[in-house]
Design a protein. Structure first.
Lengths: 413, 413
């Protein structure tokens, strides 16, 4: 994509009321636009990042036989009354509105009840289980405060998966396979080394709930980590964990962390509350076992920004970057022709390129390349033209090389 | 995809309160699930159809240099007050809700004002124009009645594009290029022959608004069509049209039709109301010219169902079908092996297949294939095995052929 064609522009400052680093950088670099506190639009570049993250998650959910669908924002009150979760004292993030006839309806903050209600129509027998469905849904949550940028929005994109099983054992097996799928997701997103399945409240690696936490200074949580043993403990259960796991408190490193995923085992609770059953092998009615698995897609995007950004701007891992190459053109006609040619070549090779074809100072182009965090910058200039070479710079390390065309192609492909 | 793995099942009946044919068929075939009146979830099969329609639209919007982004559902009151459209007497489909501090907010039913407000940040000079952005957004509209299935939902998916220009002339040129893009969209969706740009209220092919109407018995509009001259006139402006176009009333055919797209030329009205300007060539502040272009994605899906369905069920055009082939397996081990092999072969060739691998009566499988509307049915059976052949049936015509493997591959690819 030619930068001259993008309607977004970088800017030196973010809105004064924006205190989160992730949103400040994403706004300055032209990835998001702030509509109101906790509510952000995603520009063409931001949407590409979101779609890249979604595609990684989608592929891994498909590996565990998840079937993608899309539920609804509008929710009938009755769906949530059966479990008590319509009550604002039980769930304090509901946005509610009403139809013309004053029927009260809710805006989905989650979908467990909605999924169970729908499944009632299709799942009649133990033979119809297990089944697993997921969606990428825009969730609306009426958060009291929204000061963490896209890490905690009032409107955000979530991947939520729900698995239904005929037995607790079958659920456990599947639940563990999703833990592995989540590990693959975070590894592919560049967060693998610093993301832990945590020892959270509810007992030793409880079967009732797990969090995935990424070490990150902007995180809202405190984690005690034993990197060698690959153990991470939430602060609130530190004493229990020390006792239970027999670990030495002094070997634990205290770090700030951000939740990047959470999974819940509801057992047969929802099924029983909602009175939704299937026929068992013995021909009797039995409850359905349910687990849910969330990844905040926009939240993960925010964590990636917070974690890897440096003083110059964003640093995207290659797997999520909106383009692999930022092509800078400096100089006269010959350089323009050479850059145009390289742009066409790279596109033909299927490589996404942001081509800075603007008439701007070199310094401004380099600064934008850095702010926008594109993994590899390639520069074509009159000076480089003399030796028929290209300047190649890695965003994450700053390492720069002067390369021949052949070397450039080898290194980029 | 193996049908045994799909959680959805076909059914003989739709919910009693569902009066629209499109929703009845889509529910029975397992494409949508009704959450409440005018609010439908899309199952894995339904989501595929939606994504196919979106992809056709996306490709054509990209041809006219549209840049895809995603705006927000939650909208501040202030954005819409500047143009008077926050008022429920002016816009009677708002869903509204409030933040914890009782700040009133709206749920987006459209995005003109939101786009203009965002663009204010990026578009400063005539040099930044023209620019065109679009999104696939879930819109919420508080419709008084919702009895047309997915053709008029309270929650639905819309492609809305917005183009901004420095002059009325530039807008007109672009506007006409979008009309051509829309024609390509409907042609690719199989609706081309029966879709017209209509002579609507506001004068002869007014520059202020155009509708795209598809001849369809389930439509809510009445159209007078001159097929030879490729002219269609909305009922309410029939007299004007006859006078203006000099056509003979008797040559016009009266048909029912459904709106499948509409485009509006706002001129500089929004810009002036919202006080958003750019610097002109002469260095003065000048207004921005705005047009918007909508296609209801879910609505189009409903129109396609209504238009092509027959007494056996849905008939998808190939461009939107969730799979190209419905593979029916009948018989014993040898047939199973042969069907498995064909399934693998077709998948390898990149052809989407719904493989009916269930232990069901042949009649039930054939009925499901027809209800679900997959373009081509291929049957493998013990009897066909004897002659090493396949039965191939076209859903739209019912035409059946017995083919060799080579013939089958030729006809499907």
């Amino acid at each position: 994509m030619r930068i001259s064609q993008l309607f977004t522009k970088t800017s030196k400052s973010a809105p004064a009321d924006e205190v989160a680093k992730n949103a400040q950088l994403l706004i300055r670099a032209g990835y998001v636009y702030k509509v109101m506190a906790g509510v952000y639009a995603y520009t063409p570049l931001g949407l590409r990042v979101l779609e890249n993250i979604k595609q990684v998650v989608r592929e891994e959910m498909n590996v565990v036989n998840g079937q993608e669908l899309i539920m609804t924002n509008l929710q009938p009150k009755e769906t949530w009354q059966t479990t008590g979760r319509w009550d604002d004292d039980v769930v304090d993030v509901w946005f509610k509105t009403q139809l013309k006839d004053e029927t009260e309806i809710g805006l989905a903050w989650s979908h467990e009840e909605a999924i169970m209600e729908m499944m009632q129509q299709f799942v009649k027998s133990y033979k119809d289980l297990p089944t697993s469905v997921y969606q990428f849904q825009t969730k609306l949550r009426n958060e009291l405060r929204a000061k963490s940028g896209i890490m905690r929005g009032r409107e955000f994109v979530m991947k939520d998966m729900y698995s239904l099983h005929a037995s607790a054992d079958d659920l456990d097996t599947y639940y563990n396979s999703v833990i592995e799928a989540y590990k693959r997701v975070y590894a592919r997103l560049g967060l693998g080394d610093d993301t832990y399945v945590t020892f959270a409240s509810g007992g030793a690696f409880t079967k009732f709930s797990h969090e995935f936490q990424t070490i990150c200074d902007a995180g809202e949580d405190i984690l005690y980590v034993h990197r060698e043993k690959n153990i991470a403990v939430n602060e609130e259960v530190l004493e229990d964990a020390i006792a239970e796991l027999g670990i030495d408190r002094n070997e634990l490193e205290k770090v700030k962390s951000a939740e990047v995923g959470n999974i819940f085992n509801f057992g047969s609770e929802k099924s029983e509350q909602m009175n939704i059953t299937v026929t068992s092998k013995k021909g009797q009615q039995q409850p359905i076992y349910l687990a849910s698995y969330g990844i905040g897609i926009t939240r993960v995007m925010g964590v990636i920004v917070e974690k890897f950004a440096d003083e110059k701007g964003i640093v995207w891992p290659e797997s999520v970057a909106p383009a692999k190459v930022y092509l800078v053109r400096i100089g006269g006609e010959a350089s323009i022709a050479k850059a145009d040619e390289l742009y066409a070549d790279l596109k033909t090779a299927g490589i996404e390129v942001l081509y800075d074809d603007r008439d701007e100072r070199p310094g401004a182009k380099f600064a934008d390349a850095e702010l926008m965090g594109i993994p590899y910058r390639v520069t074509v200039s009159d000076r480089l033209l003399e030796s028929d070479s290209y300047e190649y710079t890695v965003r994450s390390s700053g390492e720069t090389q002067i390369l021949t065309r052949e070397q450039l192609h080898d290194i980029i492909n």
